[in-house]
Design a protein around this ligand. Structure first.
Ligand code: HGY
Ligand code: MN
Ligand code: MN
Length: 414
């Protein structure tokens, strides 16, 4: 029997953590060193199969729920107690990196492997969670499956979502064989912790290794459809045109202006499709996404009202139809103070420079925080760059975040 180790002296295995990240990053690897592993594609299936094989090799019992969320459970002394859970997502952006999401899943797996190395049994069971479709890139809504677990979305709503090719979430999930039998949500969790790269520059710029995440920005997304009239680019005089793409260009400028209203507000147009998309045809229809974020709902309201007012003026001036349909909304969230304190105590005990930080990105923890005490741990990423194939992080920082996760999990799992 190994000599018992005081909890504070426990450390994860940094090489093993890094190795699991690099192994997973091979699935969907892109020439520029990123990862393209869109949710519910065959690459997603391969990453799930690899993750499940590692969990089974670690003796965990694996269940899958009706929207493809995977839970890998490590027994606790008290099997009747609600589990402490940690995880994140394995799906990526089309031009994603090796760490966004994957780090949180591999960090939770490394916690299991470290507990096993030392023969440590926890009071409460511990579960690794892998949430389907966090990115919201192929299917709306973003964080859809953790949202379903939290009861924010129905399973039907999630399964009926369609991608740009008209493929439904449900059909894609069935096709990769991860439509599980377990009910979606409806069971108590003792606590939820998610480790994630910051995806912004604050930690790196301030020389902090750990971000104690106290909450996250609220988000409101729209799909805007501008309708004009297809026309010939030659004979049609300029003043007679109803140019949808031109109208959209004014609105895109307005989204950017509104996003600069306050220090914490954000406004982004990331996706656009213009039809018929032919060089010598005045575009008759343009559809684009709007992503507004702010620390409070009144800021989101102000940006929405500003854009609707601009749309009214542009529609009148250019003879266009403009429709704005909300596709995502969640208010700013504050994480559970006890869980946040457990993260901060872990960083302090391990002597890592740390700071409190609000997440600019949405994460599955934002929805899980609605049904369980939750908190997050951030580590720096190089240049604050993410949602980009050059996304990078150091083994030392990733190990530090995982060590803090281990401490926080032990504090809550007993
Ligand atoms: O968009 C976000 O905040 C996250 O990457 N889903
Ligand atoms: Mn993420
Ligand atoms: Mn992301």
């Amino acid at each position: 029997m190994r000599a018992p180790v005081e909890a504070g002296a426990l450390r994860i295995n940094s090489e093993r953590l890094w190795g699991s990240l690099m192994e997973m990053a091979k699935i969907g690897a892109t020439p520029k060193g990123g990862v393209k592993r869109l949710t519910l594609t065959d690459l997603d299936r391969q990453s799930r199969d690899l993750f499940v094989s590692w969990c089974k090799a670690a003796g965990l019992s694996v269940t899958v729920d009706g929207v493809g969320n995977i839970f890998a459970r490590r027994r606790g002394r008290n099997e009747a107690a609600p589990p402490v859970v940690s995880g994140s997502h394995l799906d990526t952006q089309p031009s994603g990196g090796r760490f966004d999401g994957c780090y949180g899943v591999m960090a939770a797996l490394e916690v299991v492997r470290t507990l096993d190395d030392h023969g440590i049994e926890t009071d409460a069971p511990f579960e690794i969670a892998m949430w389907t479709n966090e990115e919201g890139s192929r299917f709306l809504p973003v964080m859809g499956a953790s949202g379903a677990f939290a009861g924010v979305h129905s399973v039907d709503e999630i399964r009926e979502a369609r991608d740009v090719d008209g493929v439904s979430f449900g059909d894609a999930l069935d096709a990769i064989g991860y439509a599980g039998a377990a009910p979606v949500g409806g069971r108590p969790l003792a606590a939820y912790f998610e480790a994630h790269i910051e995806q912004g520059p604050l930690l790196e710029n301030t020389g902090n290794t750990v971000g104690v995440v106290t909450g996250a920005l609220g988000q409101r997304w729209f799909e805007v459809t501008v309708t004009g009239m297809d026309a010939h680019a030659g004979p049609t005089p300029m003043h007679l045109r109803r140019d949808a793409l031109l109208g959209a260009s004014f609105l895109i400028q307005e989204v950017n202006r509104l996003g600069k209203l306050t220090e914490h507000s954000r406004g982004t147009v990331g996706m656009i499709a213009s039809r018929p998309n032919s060089r010598n045809v005045v575009p008759g229809e343009t559809v684009f996404s709007v992503d507004f974020r702010d620390t409070d709902v009144s800021g989101l309201d102000r940006m929405e009202q500003g854009l609707r007012a601009a749309a009214g003026n542009i529609a009148a001036e250019h003879g266009l139809g403009i429709d704005m349909r909300q596709t995502v909304f969640f208010p700013p969230c504050e994480f559970d103070r006890t869980c946040v304190a457990a993260v901060r105590a872990g960083a302090e005990r391990l002597g890592y420079p740390h700071m409190d930080i609000v997440s600019g990105a949405g994460h599955d923890a934002v929805y899980i925080a609605r049904v369980a005490p939750a908190a997050m741990i951030f580590v720096p990423c190089e240049g604050g760059i993410s949602h980009n194939e050059i996304e990078n992080a150091t083994p030392e920082d990733l190990a530090a975040g995982c060590n803090v996760l281990l401490q926080a999990v032990l504090a809550r799992a007993g």
